[in-house]
Design a protein. Structure first.
Length: 250
């Protein structure tokens, strides 16, 4: 029963934010600076760590597939496997982990501290819609950032893979490029879009939910922050597992 109420509350946050965003967009009342600030906070500041991780991951994947698959006689599948692993599995999930580590705690702490200090009560007493000012901009910022960072991770990972091939530690780079060109499909580009959207929804919604659960005690802030991190990580892992199971059956 508690799990039912938990997912019900998460769904309510998603639907409310989606409605408020569409309403503001259609009436041209969006405060763009709030959304841009949220995107910069969740996205641009994560680029350094994303770049390092993506380069290493891409180099490792290309090195392993380029060396091991030819031994099994399936070197013609290198391009398809590299694309699927980077853009469909490792890239989106690794990006989600980094966004969880950086943004989940930040947003949960921000909302929790505002609740403890009475800022949220003051905002509501002034008649300002809390969703317009705080919740929806941060959710949209995290979702947009997660999608953009997912594609960025894939591109940088491919650069790392090409660098590995260029140094002669995998198959020749010309062969790798040719295999990727012949293997790339539209689904390889749509998949990270949908995965980034779903991971972004999970991360932002869980962060908001646990931030709003804080009442009056400052001790509740670190507790709810930990729960937000664990919940976002668990739901993201379940999402990846379900995708892998579903893709293996199709």
């Amino acid at each position: 029963m508690r799990l039912y109420h938990y997912f019900r509350d998460l769904l309510q946050i998603i639907l409310t934010s989606a409605y408020d965003f569409l309403r503001l967009a259609l009436t041209r009342k969006l405060s763009l600076h709030l959304y841009l600030h949220a995107i910069v906070t969740a996205g641009l500041s994560a680029l350094p760590i994303i770049s390092i991780v993506a380069l290493l991951v891409g180099a490792g994947i290309v090195a392993e597939t380029g060396i091991e698959l030819p031994k099994l006689g399936i070197q013609n599948l290198v391009g398809a496997i590299v694309l699927h692993v980077i853009f469909g599995i490792v890239g989106p999930f690794a990006t989600a982990l980094i966004v969880i580590a950086r943004s989940t705690s930040g947003l949960a702490v921000e909302i929790g501290n505002m609740r403890v200090s009475g800022e949220i009560d003051t905002i509501e007493m002034l008649g300002v819609n809390l969703s317009y000012l705080l919740i929806t901009p941060n959710m949209v910022g995290i979702i947009v950032s997660t999608i953009a960072l997912t594609f960025y991770f894939g591109i940088v990972a491919m650069v790392g893979g090409f660098a590995m091939a260029l140094m002669g530690l995998s198959m020749p780079i010309a062969t790798l490029v040719r295999m990727i060109e012949t293997s790339i499909r539209l689904s390889d580009l749509l998949l990270p879009l949908f995965e980034g959207l779903f991971y972004g929804l999970i991360i932002s919604t869980v962060s908001v939910y646990h931030g709003l659960r804080v009442r009056r005690s400052p001790a509740e802030v670190p507790r709810e922050t930990r729960l937000a991190l664990v919940s976002a990580l668990a739901l993201s892992t379940v999402t990846l597992s379900l995708y892998l199971i579903f893709s293996s059956l199709t």
